[in-house]
Write a protein that binds this ligand. Structure first.
Ligand code: FRU
Length: 324
């Protein structure tokens, strides 16, 4: 068969067309710019949150992620959202430091038509696209039920409890308090002692607050701290005055390398899993940006962690110390 110049030209056109259709979808895959503002990176829980979010985002070539750390500073975090609005990002993920002061700017992004997903800490209204996080009221109730059982059981429980609050201006702290209080306040033998103290989720503040409680209250039977770092800080304060063995310590978060380990080592009596919402945030935002409906609330599951399951969890995560 003879190739004329004409048939060669036709072949070239056909091959180019095939190549075009074959290659184009990959090149033209829609890109999404997603702005993410994290409240802080002080606690290991936040580092795990960022790590899992980043890992999930890396699985999707179409995501261009802008990550910001507000360093516990509300005005810095407001600045992040302003930046995202100005850049017209395709979506915003935000874990707000506090609810009230962050609500107006996040509402503004939402009102400007930018899909806005709130992670872990809530706002003061529901003008956002989606919330993803744990059920803090329920976790507070579960902690309350643990406390009642530990102090003698329903109707018979007796003892003095101190509560160390996370950031009072944030929804998880308020919900964790309300859930806990609803359960323990039904017990006439239980007294919550000590002044309201905001530990801002920090271990060193947990230590300082507990040091003062120990001076003021010769009898403390149980500490309920709104997260594991503060519970551990409280434990260390009690240990310094040799009272740690007379007190039970409850925290929240249950991340393997931190709270679960502390339970396993016998420093904390229990913690409650509070899953980080980063990976789910990426999955949900992609679904949304690809035109699929998403629910208004995604509630992440929790579980109690005490001596009965801490070892197994550490094993599952390859965190058992086998050196000794
Ligand atoms: C980390 C943290 C967690 C806590 C969560 C509540 O910054 O304090 O320990 O569970 O935030 O928003």
């Amino acid at each position: 068969m003879k190739f004329t110049l004409f048939s060669l030209k036709i072949l070239t056109v056909v091959l180019t067309a095939i190549g075009f259709f074959y290659v184009t979808p990959a090149y033209c895959e829609q890109q999404f710019t997603i702005g993410f503002s994290q409240a802080t990176t002080t606690e290991p829980w936040r580092l795990l949150f960022n790590d899992l979010l980043r890992k999930e985002a890396r699985k999707h070539k179409e995501i261009n992620l802008l990550m910001r750390n507000a360093q516990d500073d509300v005005s810095m975090q407001i600045g992040h959202i302003e930046e995202f609005i100005q850049r017209r990002v395709d979506a915003i993920l935000v874990s707000p430091k506090v609810s009230k002061a962050m609500t107006p700017i996040i509402n503004q992004a939402f009102n400007n038509g930018i899909p806005t997903i709130i992670l872990d800490r809530g706002l003061d209204n529901d003008r956002y696209t989606q919330f993803i996080g744990g059920d803090n009221f329920f976790i507070g109730q579960e902690a309350g039920r643990f406390a009642v059982k530990h102090l003698g059981g329903e109707g018979k429980a007796k003892g003095n409890i101190v509560e160390i609050w996370g950031g009072m201006a944030s929804t998880p702290a308020r919900d964790r308090h309300n859930g806990f209080f609803q359960v323990v306040s039904k017990e006439p033998g239980i007294k919550i002692v000590g002044k309201l103290k905001d530990g801002d989720w920090k271990q060193d503040k947990g230590y300082l607050i507990m040091s003062q409680f120990l001076v003021d209250h010769p009898q403390i039977d149980l500490v309920y701290a709104h997260n594991d770092p503060m519970a551990y800080g409280a434990y260390l304060a009690a240990k310094d005055v040799k009272r740690e063995n007379k007190i039970a310590f409850i925290g929240i978060d249950g991340i393997p390398a931190e709270g679960v380990r502390w339970v396993d080592q016998g420093f904390l009596d229990a913690t409650f899993l509070y899953m980080t919402p980063g990976a789910e945030g990426i999955r949900q935002v992609l679904r949304l940006l690809k035109g699929n409906p998403v629910p208004k609330h995604v509630i992440l599951p929790s579980m109690m962690i005490d001596k009965t399951n801490s070892h197994e969890i550490l094993k599952q995560h390859g965190l058992l110390d086998t050196s000794g």
